[in-house]
Each structure stands twice: as structure tokens, then as C-alpha cells.
Design a protein around this ligand. Structure first.
Ligand SMILES: NCCCC[C@H](N)C(=O)NCC(=O)O
Length: 450
């Protein structure tokens, strides 16, 4: 008997579902990056220090790491499903960003402190931390949504397009942040992010209606879903050497990209003399490069393979980029731009090889758990590294002061990033060795016929 057609069989409906949830994620990535280019202005206008900025940036991951929110989020997703988890995640993002906005705008004395941080900084960081829980949980939820609608259809393309749209959110944030803050006020970019998130919340509620209809048509039982978080599987994953190598590569590699980008606008201004209106756009270039190149490398990996070697190549490129940024005598702005483009290529190479590799190391049943654990470990780096760099900047790198904001020599921070990149290269090499030993198939193409 022919199977009844459901909503996901309609090309228009399933791509609309993707468009709707991808918009929510695009807004999330916009808010994630909107504060990064404002570092110098935050010092000048709100008296933030580099340590404050590092604390704020790392706060994205604080609750995910220390209260295990990513793990609880994964559990909730499996137990209570996509609709409830997605709605809660979207509400958390809106609430967190509203609190962050309040922390930046309320007339709070810069003398009053909380846990050693100015109250305004603490409140903005608390908001960003709540936002971070929502953003990470929304991230796993959206992956599950795409798998639900595109299983057996254009799954890879759909995932690639969702990531590409998220990168647009990042790039736009880097480009508009400083011009907006200069034209209106320092909190205006965050207010715009808040508005986008509210729209993203509304679109997610619209998606929930489609999701309910699809469940009714397909009798979709979440219990049968293969990508479930399960404590039973945790042990098996943790004893797999492939898990530790991928998780270590993930935390080291992403620590050299996302936290670096947060400080990159200031590096462009301080070291390369790039105008502050343009600095954010240049710091956001890796996102733009990744938007174009990730699908291209995805197709190459699907057809030709060489995933482990590609991860090594991406990590090696990162060492070169950070090392040249660290050299104090290279100050030409063209070099800075070219390095950002190379970083963008590395930022496309490694993720497009890394995420599909997870599916080769673990059976489908363990994938949800494996991704949640890898994201958890990744968040440790996204918390620790910005805090470390902020502390290093304040204590060892101040070389002057201009318009009430410090001027920094970024040599030491860039060597710190070079160190992490070197470690990520070593781990990528060990992963290639492990691939040969355990036969994960990381060098093999993802698809049989191309
Ligand atoms: N600045 C965004 C942080 C996103 C972290 C997320 N866990 C992640 O790794 N996403 C994949 C990506 O490549 O964006």
C-alpha cells in the first residue's frame, strides 16, 4: 500500500519549516556576536575593562558548563520533545538578551560591584549566560528538527544552509555593530538583536504548529528517534578514544576561532590602524568565508573524503594565521585582511570535516548524546579562553590610553592562540593515527556515488 503523503513530502512546506527555524538561529548568532566589535567603546563609554569583556564573553558558556545546562537541555529535548524545548530555548534567549540590555542601559553606579565585577557588567553577563543556554539548546533542537523533516531527503544540504544562514547572522552583527552604536547608542545593537530574537520566538511558535501537524500525520514518536540523549550510552562514548580526540580538537579549534573573533576588532584597530567602522566587518570575514566555502568543502568531503587530513590542514593554517598576527613587526592592514580570509578557509575546512566525522565514529543511536557531550566540552573553551585573554590583556598588554579606552599590544594573546592552534594540530594528527588504528573511515568519502 502506498504511504500517505505528509507535510514533509511537500518541498515547499519542508523548506519553509527550515527557513522558519533557521531564522531563529540566525537571530541567535546575530546576538551572539553583536557585542564583540564594541569592546573599545565599552571601555570608553561604560568603563568596562578587558577582564570585564572576557568575563562577559565567556559568560555565554558559564551556565552550560557549570550547571551542565547543555546536558539537561539534551535530556529535555528527548523527554519533552522539540516544541516545548525549542519554545523554552527561544524564550531564554529573549529573556537573557533583555537582561543584558538592561545591564547596559540601567543607570547602575560603576562603583557598585557583585562578585568583584561592576554590577552593570555582572547583569549583562548574567543575561548573556541565560542567552547562551537558550542558544546552545536551540542549536541541538534545530539539528533534530532538520533531521526530522529531511531524513531520507536533502539532509546534508539543509544542514549546510542552516549553518550558512547562521553565519550571515554573525557577519551582519560584526558589520553593523560599531556603525549602529556610533549613530545611536552603545546599547542599540543589542536592542536590534532583542527585536530579531522576539521575531525568532514568534517564528518558532509558527513552526510548532507545523511540527504538531506533521506529528499527527506521521504518528511521530519521539521515543523512536535515533538521536536520543541517554545515560546508558554516555559510558560507551566516553571510553571511545575517537570521542576524546574529536572533543579535544573541537574545543581547541573553536577556542582559536570564536573567542579570537571577539577580540579581533580591537586587534584590527590597535595593531593595523584599521578604522573602527570597518574593523568589525574584517573581524567577521571568517563567517562570510565559511558561508561560501563550507558547502563547497562539504561536497568535496562527500565525494573524495580525506576528512582527517583536512582537519590537520585547517589546524595547520590556524597556527600560521595566529603566529603571523602575533609578530609585532608585521603591521600592514592588507596582511591582517589576508590572514582573516585564510582563517575563514580554515573555519570552513575543519567544521565541514569534523561534524560528519562524528557520524562515522558513533552509531546513529549515540549521535545525540555524542554531539551534546562534544558541545559541552567545547563550551569549556568558549568560557575559559575569553576570560584568560581578557586577564592577560589587562595585566600584561596595556601600552597606552586614548579617549578613555586602553591601547593594547596583542603579541602575548596572539601567541596564546598560536599555542592552542598548535595543540589542535597535534590532536588532529593523533585523530588521523587513531583513524588508521580503529578504522573509523574518516578518510573515506561520505557518499558512495558522486
Ligand atoms: N558563536 C557561536 C557559538 C556556537 C557554538 C555551537 N556549539 C557550535 O559549535 N556551532 C557550530 C558552528 O560551527 O557554529
Amino acid at each position: 500500500m502506498e504511504k500517505e503523503r505528509t507535510l514533509r513530502d511537500s518541498v515547499l512546506v519542508r523548506w519553509s519549516a527550515l527557513g522558519i527555524v533557521a531564522f531563529t538561529m540566525m537571530a541567535a548568532y546575530f546576538v551572539n556576536d553583536i557585542m564583540a566589535p564594541l569592546k573599545t567603546m565599552l571601555e570608553a563609554n561604560l568603563d568596562w575593562t578587558s577582564r570585564d569583556f572576557g568575563f562577559f564573553t565567556g559568560a555565554y558558556s558559564f551556565l552550560n558548563v557549570f550547571l551542565l545546562m547543555l546536558i539537561w537541555g539534551g535530556l529535555m529535548l528527548d523527554r519533552f520533545g522539540i516544541r516545548l524545548t525549542g519554545k523554552i530555548a527561544a524564550i531564554l534567549m529573549v529573556f537573557g538578551t533583555a537582561l543584558q540590555y538592561y545591564g547596559m542601559t540601567a543607570n547602575i553606579s560603576t562603583e557598585a560591584t557583585f562578585f568583584g565585577y561592576k554590577q552593570g557588567v555582572f547583569m549583562a553577563a548574567a543575561g548573556y549566560s541565560i542567552f547562551g543556554v537558550g542558544a546552545e539548546v536551540a542549536g541541538i533542537t534545530v539539528t533534530k528538527i532538520i533531521a526530522k523533516w529531511f531524513k531520507g531527503k536533502e539532509l546534508g544540504t539543509a544542514m549546510g544552509i542552516q549553518v550558512a544562514l547562521a553565519r550571515i547572522g554573525s557577519q551582519v552583527a560584526y558589520s553593523v555593530s560599531i556603525p549602529l552604536a556610533k549613530s545611536f547608542s552603545i546599547s542599540t545593537p543589542v536592542l536590534l538583536g532583542l527585536v530579531l530574537l522576539v521575531v525568532g520566538l514568534v517564528t518558532f511558535f509558527i513552526y510548532a504548529v507545523m511540527d504538531r501537524k506533521l506529528d499527527k500525520q506521521e504518528d511521530y514518536a519521539e521515543e523512536e528517534d535515533e538521536s536520543k540523549f541517554s545515560f546508558k550510552d554516555v559510558k560507551n562514548i566516553l571510553i571511545n578514544p575517537g570521542f576524546w580526540l574529536i572533543a579535544l580538537l573541537c574545543v581547541l579549534f573553536y577556542s582559536c576561532v570564536f573567542p579570537f573573533q571577539k577580540f579581533a576588532s580591537e586587534l584590527m584597530i590597535n595593531k593595523y590602524g584599521i578604522s573602527d567602522n570597518l574593523a568589525g566587518t574584517i573581524a567577521g570575514l571568517p563567517a562570510l568565508g565559511a558561508l561560501i566555502l563550507t558547502p563547497v568543502f562539504g561536497i568535496y568531503l562527500d565525494c573524495k573524503g580525506k576528512g582527517a587530513s583536512i582537519m590537520m590542514l585547517g589546524a595547520a593554517m590556524l597556527i600560521g594565521v595566529h603566529c603571523i598576527y602575533a609578530l609585532p613587526f608585521i603591521t600592514n592592514y592588507l596582511v591582517a585582511i589576508i590572514l582573516m580570509i585564510i582563517l575563514g578557509i580554515a573555519f570552513s575546512l575543519v567544521p565541514s570535516a569534523m561534524w560528519p566525522s562524528v557520524t562515522k565514529i558513533f552509531p546513529a543511536r549515540q549521535l545525540g548524546t555524542a554531539y551534546a557531550l562534544i558541545f559541552f566540552i567545547q563550551n569549556i573553551g568558549l568560557w575559559g579562553v575569553p576570560n584568560l585573554i581578557g586577564w592577560v590583556l589587562d595585566n600584561y598588554c596595556v601600552v597606552g590610553n586614548e579617549n578613555n579606552a586602553n591601547l593594547y599590544d596583542y603579541t602575548i594573546p596572539m601567541f596564546v592562540f598560536t599555542g592552542f592552534a598548535t595543540l589542535s594540530f597535534i590532536v588532529a594528527y593523533l585523530l588521523k593515527v587513531a583513524d588508521k588504528k580503529y578504522g573509523y573511515g574518516l578518510e573515506k568519502p561520505n557518499m558512495k556515488d558522486c
